[in-house]
Ligand binder design. Structure first.
Ligand SMILES: C[S@@+](CC[C@H](N)C(=O)[O-])C[C@H]1O[C@@H](n2cnc3c(N)ncnc32)[C@H](O)[C@@H]1O
Length: 311
């Protein structure tokens, strides 16, 4: 298992279950083509390297690289770094986090998309070991200063600005910016204290459905606008007619997790079933339950009545 499935039986998994053994644990966020990840895993065979990357194409490229090099101490997760930190890393388990050339989001109105914000540093402190650290390397001075200030505000880290280690200047982006003559910035954020707010793994559920009395509607036109949920946002993208009823392609976004899944509205022995389809094995989160509730509301508006509610 080189790629970590999001729906592991247990969150967080034991490090031993993820890697088949124990060892110092490192998380790299945004590994891109994975060349740094591979070099790290090769040079520190005793370390266990978990990588998180949102780009599917990059994960595939990196996966091929790890296979080609026969590296057994790497696990890759396709998704948001903070999601991996929250759900795949046990509290106090991380020795190191590496962030090389994070997306800088230079526009003021996009700054909330930056990874290294105060809330992230606070949450990170719950997953780092005492004395564990985050290593940041970037060519973007404004983001660098921003990250220093955000971490400083937590009071949970010792911050040292140092020259970047050579290995961190051999990533794909480092080489690109070196050629462009850019300057590099590097800082080490060492955990001194821990944020008291708990950050448990995301809550998951086994089911999200309702049974309604009444007839299956002849048609099911749903507006394609964003439905605001307490925990995120859902959009009913498309409705397709099947033999038993309707499939609703639904986009659900919540903190650090985006899913495209199918909801079903179909005949059941006792009326109409509305709920999450198992197709694609979605994670049933609070926001997914919210999306089902929103769908059930649309059916209620057509005169159907809820007789059993598992949303
Ligand atoms: C500028 S590239 C740097 C890639 C690589 N570290 C390097 O130095 O060549 C930033 C990478 O971070 C990934 N990324 C951005 N936000 C992320 C997040 N929240 N979690 C995981 N990866 C992320 C992007 O897909 C992209 O591959």
């Amino acid at each position: 298992m080189l790629v970590v499935p999001a729906r592991l039986h247990r969150w967080p998994p034991e490090v031993q279950d993820l890697f088949g053994r124990k060892g110092p644990l490192v998380l790299e966020i945004g590994f891109g083509d994975g060349r740094f990840t591979a070099e790290l895993a090769r040079s520190r065979p005793d370390w266990l390297v978990l990588g998180a990357e949102v780009s599917a194409a990059s994960v595939l490229r990196a996966l091929r690289r790890m296979r080609r090099e026969g590296l057994t101490n790497v696990r890759l997760y396709h998704g948001q770094g903070p999601f991996a930190l929250r759900n795949l890393v046990p509290p106090g388990a991380l020795d190191q986090v590496i962030v090389n050339f994070p997306d800088p989001w230079p526009k003021k109105r996009h700054q909330e998309r930056r990874l290294l914000r105060e809330a992230f540093f606070r949450r990170l402190s719950t997953r780092l070991k005492p004395g564990g650290s985050l290593l940041l390397t970037t060519d973007h001075e404004a983001y660098f200063r921003f990250a220093l200030e955000e971490a400083e505000r937590t009071g949970l880290y010792r911050i040292e600005v140092r020259p970047p280690p050579e290995a961190h200047l051999r990533t794909k982006y480092a080489l690109k910016w070196k050629e462009a003559g850019r300057t590099f910035f590097h800082a080490v954020f060492t955990k001194l204290g821990e944020d008291p707010a708990p950050w448990p793994p995301l809550r998951r559920y086994d089911v999200a459905h309702a049974l309604l009395s009444g007839e299956l509607p002849q048609d099911l036109a749903l507006e394609k606008t964003a439905v605001r949920l307490k925990e995120g946002v859902a959009v009913f993208l498309e409705v397709a007619r099947g033999k038993e009823g309707f499939y609703v392609l639904t986009h659900v976004e919540e903190e650090d997790l985006t899913q495209d899944l199918l909801l079903e509205v179909r005949k059941s022995a006792r009326g109409v079933y509305a709920g999450v389809s198992r197709f694609g094995s979605p994670l049933i989160t609070e926001a997914v339950k919210g999306a089902v509730r929103a769908l059930v509301d649309r059916l209620k508006a057509r005169g159907l009545e809820v007789v059993q509610d598992h949303t």
